[in-house]
Design a protein around this ligand. Structure first.
Ligand code: G
Ligand code: MN
Length: 451
């Protein structure tokens, strides 16, 4: 910084001056009678005074600047007690060095808990990527900070929070960036305008555009014959986040329907690569069935409709079964079968069975776990098998993980089994093709497992 260099220059001049004055004064004292030019000594002393004055002036202005910075810090401190906003400071690596109480209300952390943590840790993957890019660009371009950025952060309990805020670099006296200071506040319902919805929509659409949504299939095995009966299509995402997380995000952005539809159409498209003969179960939420013309999608997919099953998902209550049945009617008329997913997991799924009269009842894996050793679970499964007989439906047991569970299902009269024991869901078409020729052992002594 210019001021600091000037001070050093002036101090140097002062030192030279002082030396000059001392040596001249000694000369003057030593040779008073020899007519030494006393005026030179007087000029030197006066010049010394001028330089001294200038140096002090500069020092004062620098410390005035420091005081201003101090006042700024005090203003922040005063703000922190009144503001609802989250005020934070970080080092240059965006590691938090300061946080006010605002972080508690917005993200659920006490200030002490976030100190020392990288800011990026508190964001969703997507916000992390954007911030890393902003940060890198800011570093390259001399850093100007950013204003009114909306980003998706992670609350301590895992849900996504949209926060808006700005950040500025903190500079030291030499102008070097030593960190960042910023604020974040929650985006109110009004702020979550079309702009945000459109951005979120683009993100979801980007999933398909970038082929980030993949379709995995999991085999459903006929327990009487041990051969492949059908497969269930399951959405998988190329980033490391699980489908539940993606669907929860889409839900909070009001885009659940869009993601449901993307998963459904992607599954339909992938179904064309499956071995002939097996049926394909496609998950569809009641909201999707009500809102979209699925029959049209299915008829245009080029797969024999008799091979398709639509699984009505969601454990939430459906308020209007008349409307849901009306929306399912064209599908049924076209020859598509209807399954109720997760049966037995809650009151809602039994309602689904009674109201929708499905062709397939899928028993939730919570009833299958420990089936071999739990008489109550066996009774429940038996009652669902009897209910299915009355409805003319077939029954699939989901989440089969042990041979004992599989065998018990077969003994209780359950038609089909699905679960990790038989195969995990996979996106590999070679495995899909292999299932058509495979035989699964479903009864009798299980093959010995070598440990
Ligand atoms: O609700 P629905 O039945 O559609 O859920 C299917 C989910 O269950 C998929 O995400 C799939 O990966 C998972 N799944 C499939 N088989 C098993 C299993 O044997 N055990 C467990 N824990 N999960 C399973
Ligand atoms: Mn399902």
């Amino acid at each position: 910084m210019v001021t600091k260099r000037w001070i050093w220059l002036l101090v140097a001049v002062l030192a030279v001056e002082l030396g000059l004055i001392v040596s001249m004064s000694l000369d003057v004292l030593a040779a008073t009678n020899e007519g030494q030019p006393r005026w030179l000594a007087i000029v030197a002393v006066a010049w010394f005074g001028v330089i001294l004055f200038a140096t002090f002036g500069l020092i004062r202005s620098v410390s005035g600047g420091r005081r201003a910075l101090h006042h700024q810090a005090e203003a922040i401190a005063a703000d922190e007690s009144t503001s609802q906003d989250w005020l934070w400071e970080s080092d240059t690596d965006l590691r938090l060095t300061y946080s006010n109480d605002g972080v508690q209300a917005l993200l659920g952390y006490a200030p002490a808990e976030v100190l020392g943590r990288p800011l990026l840790d508190l964001m969703t993957d997507e916000a992390r990527q954007i911030t890393t890019e902003l940060h890198a660009a800011a570093k390259r371009a001399g850093i100007t900070g950013w204003t009114s950025q909306e980003a998706r952060w992670l609350h301590r309990d895992g849900h996504v929070v949209v926060l808006q805020g700005s950040a500025r670099p903190i500079r030291d006296l030499r102008g070097h960036v030593v960190g960042f200071r910023g604020t974040r506040s929650s985006v109110t319902a009004n702020d979550l305008s079309d702009r945000v919805a459109a951005a979120a929509r683009l993100r979801v659409l980007g999933i398909l555009g970038a082929s980030a949504l993949q379709v995995a299939f999991q085999p459903i095995v006929d327990l009487a014959t041990g051969s492949l009966a059908g497969v269930e299509a399951l959405a998988r995402f190329r980033d490391n986040r699980g489908p539940e997380e993606w669907f929860r995000d889409a839900h909070s952005a009001g885009l659940e329907l869009e993601l449901d539809e993307l998963a459904f159409t992607a599954a339909l498209a992938a179904a064309a690569q499956l071995p002939d003969g097996c049926w394909v179960s496609l998950n569809a939420s009641p909201a999707l069935i009500l809102a979209r013309p699925l029959t049209e999608l299915i008829l245009n997919a080029g797969i024999p409709v008799g091979r398709l099953v639509v699984e009505v998902t969601e454990q939430a209550r459906v308020d209007d079964y008349v409307a849901l049945n009306a929306a399912l009617l064209p599908l049924r008329n076209a020859g598509v079968r209807v399954a109720v997913d997760d049966t037995g997991a809650g009151y809602a799924s039994l309602s689904h069975v009674l109201q929708l009269r499905p062709d397939v009842i899928k028993i939730d894996r919570s009833l299958i776990t420990e089936l071999a050793t739990d008489a109550a679970r066996r009774s429940l499964v038996t009652s669902l098998v009897l209910l299915a007989l009355d409805l003319g439906a077939i029954v699939t047991g989901e989440g089969v993980e042990t041979f004992a569970e599989l065998e018990t299902l077969a003994v209780l009269g359950v038609d089909h089994g699905q679960g990790y024991l038989l195969s995990r869901p996979t996106t590999d078409p070679l495995q899909w093709a292999g299932w058509a020729r495979r035989h699964w052992r479903t009864t009798g002594t299980p093959p010995r497992v070598r440990i």
